[in-house]
Design a protein around this ligand. Structure first.
Ligand code: ZN
Length: 195
């Protein structure tokens, strides 16, 4: 996971604000976790009416909690030719700020493998955080900043009921960062051991 490079002039303040915003308010109840749990069993048939109803339910529960207009989801079998996401290497979804439509695809372009449930939820949370950037935080754009990935991770771990890891970052030049997974995982292990 790499962050986007900071914009040169315009929108730089918004970018820096997004970068600094490393936390996200989360529901204190299980309104999202319970839907995510049902989703996991329903997703054995990802295109079933039941599964699609649950994806929509998840997004409307999240939109209601964050007090933003609802967004729509389209689950596609394979990755479309044109995607809106920039700067990320592993592409499983995109978000259109004009229409508030999230698209998630179940097969990767390169290996044609079906993405796992974890990847699916992670993509859903990632794209929903783009929705929040525009609809809740009012950013002019939704950059992949360190803060963005931290917010998306907070939502993901909340939805799955897994412990949140503190993310550590390494600079890669040009104002960009990547997650230092070694340090991130080591620190998560230490934390788990000390509980
Ligand atoms: Zn993205």
């Amino acid at each position: 996971m790499f962050t986007d490079a900071p914009p040169r002039k315009a929108n730089r303040a918004g970018f820096l604000e997004s970068d600094r915003m490393g936390t996200l308010a989360l529901p204190q109840d299980d309104r999202l976790t319970s839907i995510a749990k049902s989703m996991e069993s329903a997703m054995k048939n990802a295109a079933s009416a039941n599964a699609r109803r649950l994806y929509a339910q998840f997004l409307s529960a999240a939109s209601e909690f964050y007090q933003v207009p609802n967004c729509t989801i389209r689950v596609l079998a394979a990755r479309p030719r044109r995607v809106r996401e920039r700067g990320t290497f592993e592409l499983f979804g995109d978000y259109d700020p004009e229409t508030s439509i999230i698209r998630v695809w179940r097969r990767t372009a390169v290996r044609k493998e079906v993405t796992s449930f974890g990847t699916f939820v992670s993509t859903l949370c990632h794209e929903f955080c783009h929705h929040l950037d525009f609809q809740k935080f009012g950013f002019e754009d939704s950059w992949h900043t360190r803060g963005f990935y931290e917010r998306a991770a907070a939502l993901y771990h909340h939805a799955r009921g897994t412990p949140l890891k503190k993310l550590f970052w390494l600079p890669v030049g040009g104002g960009r960062w990547r997650i230092d997974w070694q340090r991130t995982n080591r620190s998560a292990k230490t934390n788990a051991a000390s509980v």
